[in-house]
Design a binder for this molecule. Structure first.
Ligand code: HEM
Length: 899
């Protein structure tokens, strides 16, 4: 077991071997490097000036990573510490992304271009220093570290004992560089500062832009970049000083200071003259004329007539030699005085020809001139290529990627790109195990501390022979290693057979078998099909509301736990089978089929462990089953109804013509659409049952969770109701599914309900393919059973801050798109849910209907009665294998809202 458990959490090794990256082609004189799988770097280590220097890089985004990349290019060993789940923020700052190759087996858009631009020549250590073991590991590493670069707000790292005072006591020769927006001291020190704020605050924006236009920011985050450059320079100086003194020092590098420093001659002018700056000059120069870009027929052309001679050359080239003798333009002072006239005259001429024609006209003239190129033209520029400024690098997961090279050339040294930007946590094993010499036990202990695992029981591994050895993938990232579209892994037989649905799409173990079945089912649950049949869902919500109203009129609360189950069961039966069992019409929603569905869950758990018992029970005549287990009678009867329907559909296909809409039978018995041979009764019967179970249960769970949390949070309820009233002003005009989807708060409430719902809590077991697989950074051998529930990811506080709080607003924030990657209620990959569209339709129409039409009030129950763990309210499902509800049902008073 420990073999599997080794660092399942803390580290993540990439799925491709031999990811040492190096430039593979270079234009000009540089070396042509190796291909994938070759381990040695082409650059002679002796030619790396910072060889032997180790950098701990605790920076994110741009300024810090740019600084440490410069150190890495020069040969330093840079260890980048990243949040174990999210990594550097810029990993999510795409598109564009360099896509993963199919062979990498990785899912997702790829590696973001932003991240790739500033993280080469680094090792990624995925580690959380919010946990004591993470801090301890960094402290242990510290004596081997020469330089630490961080970009947290001042004093942030002190609480993790990672501040300069603490670390320099451990390692007095440490050079510790802090990059912040406004520095460690001064009135602005506590402020967070992105590049653009500092550009604005510190004068750059005011002098950037066209003469009459508004202030603009520079096209790249230039303040970040200059700060990165200054800091790397400061580090070099500190290294040289350390060579003399043996002591390190703290470098306090601020975007604001670096920005002010690069105001350079403009700052000096203002200081000397005491005047304000002269504003924005576009591409022009305040004191040299002509010195700017002029419009051509198809673009722009920049000239620098910096002195009288060059002005003469310009006039000659423009075919206006006489201008040089014009007394208005004789000297630079004259030209500055007549700037407007002269520039207008020049532009009149430059507009007559294309940029290329002007470039050719001035070639060899001695006049400084340039075209204004875009970034693509720059990268394709013959000179840029000749100077080796673009190189191809082999990236282990993305294949060949082009990158901008390190710019400065040396007569002796040969800095360069030795390794591609690392995948998140790619080197965690190497750093903790090899550099720190941590034992497997220590690493395992760290893993346990580093990631909370509230649903540990849901992530397990055991061998096919069921020599049960649990593997806890405490890193939710393992989720995507198992469930992704490239993995066509088999489902595990014991779990899936326990449902007794072996002939259905859901119960098919092999991908290929399931795909054939799924392809037939999918059109029936497509977005278009669901939208077309949404009246079925609406009709059932109306019926549910009628029943709630009747209960309220009788002065009693309604059991919404059962009510919502009746709603989802009636919906799937009508939608997929044109069958009505009128569960919603049952007194107190105690429909026998619904009661039976709950009662049969524990049996599935037993059957998983005793498959023969399942076979035996299923072979019994219905009447004996009912006799043995009266609670499940409703289920047995529903099965019998489905069985009769299947028989009729096969024997008398014309009977399907009477259906008002296409049912599952139409799709499955359709010769053209169905490439499979026409299914037999057993297959149809299993498919029918699988659909009922797969649809009714999880949809009702998500609805119940939503209603419960909305009612437990008055602010959330109020905001939702307000939005519904605005979006649905006239109660008689019920909005459609599509209209409701446009309501942002309702959408976020539903998303949060799906996150908090137990959904399908079963661990969705899969078997690793021959050759094994990398899961969560762990090499798992062939034919091992692995699994992880979505609720594990959903309850991770690393991924979802305050994960146990129902907080719809998390889906409205800036990082919602990032969070969505971890919203996996419907699973991912080839075996993901068929019924998402229908589920969403039920959730939107259901929650909107309930909260717009009723003022709902939860019936108070005693602490813990709803299965709450801490006595603060809350619903609790048993999170093991199947979501089995514990505690008292959700009961609600429903007062009808009058318009
Ligand atoms: C909120 C509601 C729902 C949730 C959370 C949910 C969740 C899931 C999950 C996690 C799976 C993957 C199971 C596995 O890997 O074994 C799945 C599969 C499936 N779901 Fe859903 N589901 C929901 C609603 C529905 C509905 C309304 C239908 C109705 C058509 C449906 C039909 C299916 C089917 C047929 C599969 C099997 C797919 C396969 O094995 O390839 N589900 N669902």
């Amino acid at each position: 077991m420990s073999q599997f458990a080794n660092l399942g959490v803390v580290c993540r090794r990439a799925a491709v071997v031999g990811r040492g990256a190096r430039p593979v082609t270079r234009m000009g004189s540089m070396v042509v490097g190796g291909r994938r799988g070759m381990a040695s770097a082409p650059v002679d280590d002796g030619k790396l000036p910072l060889k032997g220097i180790r950098v701990l890089d605790m920076t994110r985004v741009l300024a810090g990573p740019y600084c440490t990349q410069i150190l890495g290019d020069l040969g330093a060993e840079v260890i980048k510490v990243e949040h174990p789940i999210r990594g550097d923020d810029t990993r999510a700052w795409g598109p564009p992304y360099a896509p993963y190759t199919a062979e990498s087996g990785r899912e997702g858009p790829g590696e973001s271009a932003y991240y790739l631009s500033v993280n080469r020549n680094k090792k990624s250590l995925a580690l959380s220093f919010q946990h004591p073991s993470g801090v301890a590991a960094l402290h242990k590493l510290l004596p081997t570290i020469d330089i630490l670069v961080e970009n947290y707000l001042p004093n942030t790292l002190a609480k993790y004992k990672l501040d300069y005072a603490t670390l320099s006591a451990i390692n007095p020769s440490l050079i510790y560089a802090s990059i912040t927006g406004y520095g460690q001291t001064g009135p602005y020190a506590p402020r967070a500062g992105y590049d653009v704020m500092v550009e604005a605050e510190m004068g750059l924006m005011h002098i950037t832009g066209s003469r009459d236009g508004p202030p603009v920011k520079v096209g790249v985050a230039v303040t970040d970049l200059t700060t990165g450059l200054y800091t790397s320079n400061a580090i070099m100086a500190a290294l040289i000083a350390r060579g003399r003194t043996g002591r390190g020092q703290h470098i306090d590098s601020a975007l604001s200071d670096c920005q002010v420093a690069t105001l350079s001659n403009l700052a000096s002018s203002s200081l000397v003259s005491g005047q304000r700056d002269s504003g924005r000059w576009g591409t022009a120069h305040p004191s040299i004329v002509p010195y700017r870009a002029f419009a051509t027929k198809d673009g722009e052309f920049l000239v620098g007539g910096g002195n009288d001679r060059l002005f003469g050359v310009l006039c000659q080239g423009l075919g206006k030699a006489e201008w040089a003798g014009d007394e208005r333009f004789r000297t630079n002072a004259d030209r500055v005085a007549n700037r407007g006239v002269l520039e207008g005259m020049i532009e009149e001429v430059t507009r007559e020809r294309s940029t290329q024609e002007w470039l050719e006209a001035f070639e060899g003239s001695g006049l400084p001139y340039a075209a204004v190129n875009d970034v693509r033209d720059t990268l394709d520029h013959a000179h840029v290529r000749a100077r080796d400024m673009v190189v191809k690098v082999e990236h282990g997961a993305c294949g060949e990627v082009e990158m901008v090279n390190t710019p400065v050339k040396y007569s002796e040294a040969e800095p360069g790109i030795r390794t591609a930007p690392p995948l998140l946590g790619e080197h965690t094993d190497e750093v903790l195990g090899e550099m720190l010499g941590m034992s497997a036990e220590e690493i395992e202990a760290m893993r346990k501390e580093g990631a909370r695992s509230p649903t540990r029981r849901t992530a397990s591994v055991h061998t096919e022979k069921k020599a049960s050895a649990d593997l806890h993938f405490d890193r939710p990232e393992a989720y995507y290693d198992i469930y992704n579209s490239a993995n066509h892994w088999d489902k595990e037989p014991t779990q899936y057979h326990s449902f007794g649905l072996d002939h259905s799409c859901f119960g098919s173990l092999k991908y290929a078998q399931a795909k054939e079945r799924k392809d037939v089912l999918l059109p029936m649950f497509s977005r278009q099909a669901v939208t077309k049949l949404q009246s079925i869902v609406q009709n059932n919500i109306d019926r549910l509301c009628d029943a709630l109203e009747a209960n309220d009129a009788a002065g009693k609360p309604s059991d919404l736990f059962y009510g919502l189950r009746c709603f989802s069961l009636d919906t799937i039966l009508q939608y997929a089978f044109n069958l009505s069992i009128d569960a919603l019409g049952a007194p107190d929603f105690k429909a026998p089929a619904v009661e039976a569905m709950e009662a049969s869950l524990p049996a599935s758990i037993v059957y998983r462990n005793f498959p023969l018992l399942r076979q035996f029970v299923h072979s019994l005549p219905d009447w004996i089953s009912i006799l043995l287990s009266p609670a499940t009678a409703g289920m047995v009867r529903l099965r019998a109804v489905l069985g009769r329907q299947v028989k009729q559909a096969i024997e008398n296909r014309e009977s399907l013509d009477d259906s008002p809409h296409e049912t599952m039978y139409h799709h499955l018995l359709n010769n053209q659409a169905n490439k499979l041979k026409i299914p037999d009764a057993a297959r149809l019967y299993d498919e029918a049952q699988a659909l009922v179970f797969a649809a009714a249960h999880p949809t009702a769970n998500a609805l119940t969770v939503g209603v419960f949390h909305i009612l437990s949070n008055p602010d959330i309820k109020e905001r939702l109701v307000r939005e519904l009233r605005e979006g649905w002003p006239d109660l008689k005009k019920t909005p459609t599914f599509e209209e409701l989807e446009r309501l942002p708060y309702l959408t976020s409430v539903i998303t949060e309900s799906l996150r908090m719902s137990p959904g399908v809590a079963a661990p969705l077991l899969r078997i690793t393919p021959f050759g094994g697989a990398m899961i969560g950074g762990v090499k798992v051998p062939s034919r091992v059973t692995v699994g992880m529930t979505g609720s594990f990811a959903h309850s991770s506080s690393h991924l979802f801050p305050s994960a146990s709080t129902f907080d719809p607003s998390r889906w409205l924030g800036d990082d919602a798109a990032q969070l969505e990657r971890w919203l996996v209620p419907f699973s991912k990959g080839p075996r993901m849910c068929v019924g998402q569209n229908l589920a969403y339709c039920e959730l939107f129409l259901g929650l909107a209907g309930l909260f717009r039409r009723f003022d709902l009030r939860i019936e108070e129950v005693g602490d813990g009665e709803r299965g709450d763990r801490k006595g603060k309210g809350g619903l609790r499902w048993r999170e093991c294998y199947l979501p089995l509800f514990l505690g008292k049902h959700l009961t609600v008073f429903c007062r009808k809202v009058e318009d």
